[in-house]
Write a protein that binds this ligand. Sequence first.
Ligand code: SF4
Length: 276
Amino acid sequence: MEIKLAENYGFCFGVKRAIEIAEESKNAYTYGPLIHNREEINRLQENFNVTTAHEIDELENTDRVIIRTHGIVKDELKKLNESGKEIINATCPFVTKPQEIVEQMSKEGYKVVIFGDEKHPEVKGVKSYAVNDPVVVMGIEDLEGHHLGVKVAVVSQTTRKVKEFMKIVNHLIENVKEVRVFNTICNATFENQEAADKLSKEADVMIVIGGKNSSNTKQLFSIVERNCKDSYHIEVPEELQPEWFEGKKLCGVTAGASTPDWIIQNVIEKIRKFSV
Ligand code: SF4
């Protein structure tokens, strides 16, 4: 039996990159959790002595600081850069991009509109790069009462849906003379879904790895189940049953966005044992 991984699965590019950076930066502190995955953060602590600091003051006793995947606010980055510590920036390039756009556009006199959740660390970081007062909105209704002027630049939080972003963009175009639109949405989650859909059309057994409560893993499972009736959602290799693979030719494997690579590898190894 052939075992084939989806073209995109598990951690997104930005998270994989941040983990690699952390693994190469032994004994460092990260400012804020590096990524949204506790198991992986614990692994980095145990194997590489990479510790999470939740407040900037907790960084006083370290000389190596890793900046988390979704970035931090500009003033704090400046403060850390001036502190003499070694600063290792693991901010995802897809997050750095809207930070740069917001800085540039606001300097050019554009009113900045950010589509996203004001409380999310990524949005807080992006917002802090504006030299004027940006507006953060979750929908058209949040634009009410704001004086936007004649020049607006609009960006989005990376994880938002394009359709929702378009509603805001359309509204702005109808109401403002000049609108600069920057599509800063990152397609990582959608890429995993597309790849799972494609693979499950050719596989005769599909294994989806990820937390039973993880909504994006459940979503992946519902996609593959439509195409491949022998689909199974597991969290750990121990759940695999040998009879699932009897007489099968192609086993497809995919994983939710918060499933670490080492769990995926352990699952594949176990499947391989069943198929010999
Ligand atoms: S912006 Fe996209 S690729 Fe970067 S960390 Fe976030 S989800 Fe991952």
